[in-house]
Design a binder for this molecule. Sequence first.
Ligand SMILES: Nc1ncnc2c1ncn2[C@@H]1O[C@H](COP(=O)(O)OP(=O)(O)OP(=O)(O)O)[C@@H](O)[C@H]1O
Length: 214
Amino acid sequence: MIVVSESVSVASLSVQYGSTLALQDVSATFRPGTVTALVGHNGCGKSTLLQTLAGIVRPSSGTVRTGARRVSYVPQRSDVNDRMALTVGEIVAMGTWPRRGILGRANADDRRAVDDAIQRLKLTELRSRRLSTLSGGQRQRALLAQAVVENGELVLLDEPTTGLDAEAREIINSIVDDEVSRGAVVVVATHDADDARRADSTITLGRGEILWVH
Ligand SMILES: Nc1ncnc2c1ncn2[C@@H]1O[C@H](COP(=O)(O)OP(=O)(O)OP(=O)(O)O)[C@@H](O)[C@H]1O
């Protein structure tokens, strides 16, 4: 159950990588129980905004307010190291680490959360397979299952449905709906027109600046 009711926001946010200004004076609000889609051309700053909300990238100026939220961030699957000798089950179980620490013992609730996420993302048959042996859609479902176990109040998804077939997209969309129903703030970077249509609001970025909000 989500209890954080205030919105997540960024104000006058700028992010610079060396001489590249990836975000410029971006201000936006993300409300609990809603999905916001970030859209725009390649390189317009979508991933940078997600990573700044996740606390991975530090702003050059401006503020990020996420409240006391647990953050679940799922990067673009092409950015995930697939040489890790980890099985789907192990990847999903890593979602319990924020609660118990890497060395902590998993309790019955942790095991139940992992089993539940594996079932909801239809990964039961793939549980013992290594990430490197999975298709793109299977890999995306495994990464999302880890985020589901984390049970974050701010859920950041980078191109979760890009290149996936209708069945995988349906599974992922139903998880996004569930996250929204439990009151999470969900932000999705996407090139997919359907994802943008499904969202409660859409922020269009162009060269690091907000062009439109609707
Ligand atoms: N680690 C980095 N170091 C230097 N420049 C970077 C880095 N990450 C991103 N950039 C640059 O910042 C700008 C914004 O990139 P970002 O990845 O946020 O865009 P994006 O909208 O997510 O793109 P895509 O749709 O291709 O995923 C681009 O010009 C990119 O080249």
